[in-house]
Design a protein around this ligand. Sequence first.
Ligand code: DAK
Length: 258
Amino acid sequence: MAFSTLITEKDGNIALIKLNRPEAMNAFNHQLMDELTEAIDKFEADPEIGCLIITGSSKAFAAGADIKEMQELSYMDAYYRDFITSNWERTTRCRKPVIAAVSGYALGGGCELAMMCDFILAADNAKFGQPEITIGVSPGAGGTQRLTRFVGKSKAMEMCLTGRMMDAKEAERCGLVSRIVTADNLLEEAKSVAKKIAGMPRAAAMMTKEMVNAAYETPLSHGVRFERRLFHSLFGTEDQQEGMNAFVEKRTPHFKNK
Ligand code: DAK
C-alpha cells in the first residue's frame, strides 16, 4: 500500500507505521489522519499481525495538528465539518496492541496520539507537551483527559496551562511512558517488544488489552468483574491448554491463536 504521509512495513507478525511529513515535523493534516486510519484498518484486518508500532522520526514523533491547515478555520467550519474528528480516534479502537515509539517532539495532537496507544516507549530525547494554549486553543483530542489520568491533576494542569514540555526522564518518573531507551535503540527495542507481544496467544493479548483499558472507564468492582469474565473465557481457547500443558511438560508452548 502506497501512502504519501506514512511509511508502513510488515515484519513477520508485527507492523510498523512511521509518520512521515518531515517538512512539517510530522504535523497531522487531513491526509495523514486518513492514511493512518487506512493503515490501522489494514493491519488490524491482517491475521498475521499481532502488534502494531506507531513511530515518527528521530526529531519528531509529531508536532501536533497542522497549524497551517487549522489557521483559517472558523467556529462554524470546525463545528459543521466536525473538524478532524471522524478519523481521530481510530487508534483507540484498534483491538490489537499498539505501541507508540516516541523520539523527539510529541506535542499537542502528537502527545494525544501517543497517549491513545497502549503504552509509550520513549527515546532519551523525547519531549512531551500540550502547547495548544500558546496558539489560542486547548487540547482537542483527549489531552486534558488522558494526560490527567496518566500524570495526575497537578502536572497535567501545569502543562496544559503553560505549554511546558516534559522530558523523557520526567515522563518516566510520572508514569507517562513505560520506559526510556537510547534514541539509537528506540526502533529496535520497540520491535523486540512488539514481537514478544505478537508471539503471545492472540486472544489473551487482545483481552488483556481490553481489561487494562477498562480500568480507565469503569469503577473498580465492574472492572474486576469484567476481567473475571474474560479470564474465564480464555479457558475456552486451545492456547490456554497448550500454554499450561507446555509449562507442566517443561517445554516451549506452540500457540495457534485459537
Ligand atoms: N503544524 C504545521 N507546521 C508545523 C508544525 C505544526 N504543528 N510544527 C512544526 N511545523 C513546521 C514549521 O512551521 C516549520 O516549517 P517551515 O517554516 O520550515 O516551512 C517546520 O515544521 C520546522 O519547524 P520549526 O522550524 O519550528 O522547528 P524547531 O526545531 O525550531 O521547533 C517545534 C520545533 C516542534 C518545537 C516547533 O515547530 C513548534 O512549536 N511547533 C508547533 C507545536 C504546537 O503548537 N503543536 C500543537 C498544535 S495544535 C482535534 C485533534 C487534534 C488537535 C485538536 C483537535 N480533534 C479531534 C477535534 C490537535 C491540535 C494541535 O496539536
